[in-house]
Design a protein around this ligand. Sequence first.
Ligand code: AMP
Ligand code: MG
Length: 659
Amino acid sequence: MAVTPEQKPETSAILDAVRRAARQEQFLEVVTPEEAQRRFAARIDFAPLGAETLPLGMSLGRVLAADVIAPVDAPPFDRSNVDGFAVRAADTAGARDGAPKRLSLNAEVIACAVDPAIAVEPDTATAIATGGVIPRGADAVVMIEQTELLEDEATPAIDLRRAAASGQFISYAGSDIARGETLLRQGTAISSREIGMLAACGFAAIAVVRRPRVAVLSTGDELVEPGQPLRPGGVYDSNGAILAAAITEAGGEPVPFGAFPDDEMALEAVMRSALRACDIVVLSGGTSKGAGDLSHRIVSRLGKPGILVHGVALKPGKPLCLAAIGDKPLIVLPGFPTSAIFTFHEFVAPLIRARAGRSSEAAKTVTARVPVRIASELGREEFVLVSLIAGDNGLIACPNNKGSGAVTAFSQADGFLAIDALAGALDAGSAAEVTLIGDAVRAPDLVIMGSHDIALDVVVGALGEFHARTIAVGSQGGVQAASRGECDIAPVHLVDPATGIYNKHLVAPGLALVPGWRRMQGFVFRAGDARFAGMSANAALKAALADLSVLMVNRNAGSGTRVLVDGLLQGARPSGYANQPRSHNAVAAAIAQNRADWGVAIEPVARMYGLSFLPIAPEHYDFLLVEAHRERPAVRAFLTALRDETVRTRIRALGMEPY
Ligand code: AMP
Ligand code: MG
């Protein structure tokens, strides 16, 4: 297709973008993740940055830049550990109940901070408090409880009924920290414990490794800063926030530059100033084919040596670009949130940790079984985010199939497993090594897998200290997980097409049905749409089918709502029928945003989107219970919560009718 001069400018701009997109594959020279790491490490300095001195109170979480040698002893003097009397141990020899030993008291009381003036001569003792300085001559302390005070004598004295060993109840100078010893080693992360040790030695400030300053930039015409209203077609810049936080977690100092439109000149200018101001520059977005690989083009102009890697054989994360401008690393992450954070953790976090002087984190792994077959693309190492749950025969790794555009995929996962570039799939039942993300796995007390509903959050919220994990896999996925015993409870809303009855047909040996609540489904349309306003659901449906300009939005096969829709349509196939999103929310959003005119969804969701609603029939949202798990405390707590009057009132407030 040639662009003729007569064509409208917009058309030729679109064609340009399409051509650039087609060319992008040529720019990509896809290398293995190992090769990418090797090229990056060959050009980029991973050594810790220099030192800076910080007040002790600000050093928490930082890394010591040098060994710390103790400048003083702790304790700084021989110190009493109890309230009692400082004595010469030899004077107490042979003291017992029948034959107490009498010592006269010196005219001094050694409270804390008192510098003793009187030596303990033979057969004398000096009163001393916990923390007091052991006076000259004394070599032991006896506890006040083991003495008897004789105040009536001419000179005050004490009787001892027990002999003291030399050194008893004394902490000697330097026994805790000895002057000249290496107190803390370079590279130690400073926690409250280290701060305590440093303070005990009198440090008010300490030399720590400087944190790498990491510029965070996002690009995309669609990006909206959080806090601003979302415009049509806009999405919030989530990468900027998650990357800034992940940089802090890795020991860096994020420098947020914000989100920029896909404007080459403007973006190039900010990237140059980011390179001047920071040690590392991280940009996300502008990488997919539609963008014509904007970011890569800009990076290729910024300076030498330039792009080291563009394209890595991993999924998610293929369009990753690693570059060096002078000695500064510049990394372009894919825009899709899961891809961005994944490649950040693989390629950027280790660099930040190293430059911040932190020891590299040994990855923690566990072995788990995969419950279902996971397909994978040949020729790319594929990473699959998984949730870990405790099965009857060890850990089970449930794949999270939200896709790389999902923001929640990474945060809701416990870890990830890798499928080899040469493998086409991981078979159901096979064991896989799962690399944990963040802290060790805390196995949930209750696993709920199936269809999600906002009222479910109310029940889960009433479980007290029980830790529940809900994994949204849809009703069908829930039925399968329950039949394999992988969850405790599966929320479902599936209608039996033969009888029109909800959920009863799902009961099988080992599974019980626990009634949940009903959600009214109805004909949903934009408020004020004169074509349907004021009608019954039936009349509105007739009107919709009669008008060829009306567009519907359907639901996915297998959903209860789809069965209802097909029943209503009785074989009719109005335009929009092929548009089959997977949730009530997606149906409501399509109508609210004018991408469709009507659909069937539940009332609370229709209300949330400000849509009008004409009731048709209730949908039954119930729970399949794995009988073998019924007596587990968290399962019992869930069943109790379902019957709880406060919980039921709150469910009603959301527009559901509990049984
Ligand atoms: P791109 O790499 O710019 O082509 O973006 C790929 C996808 O990621 C698009 O759906 C973008 O809307 C999305 N995306 C890019 N940058 C961000 C961001 N900072 N926050 C959230 N989503 C983003
Ligand atoms: Mg973009």
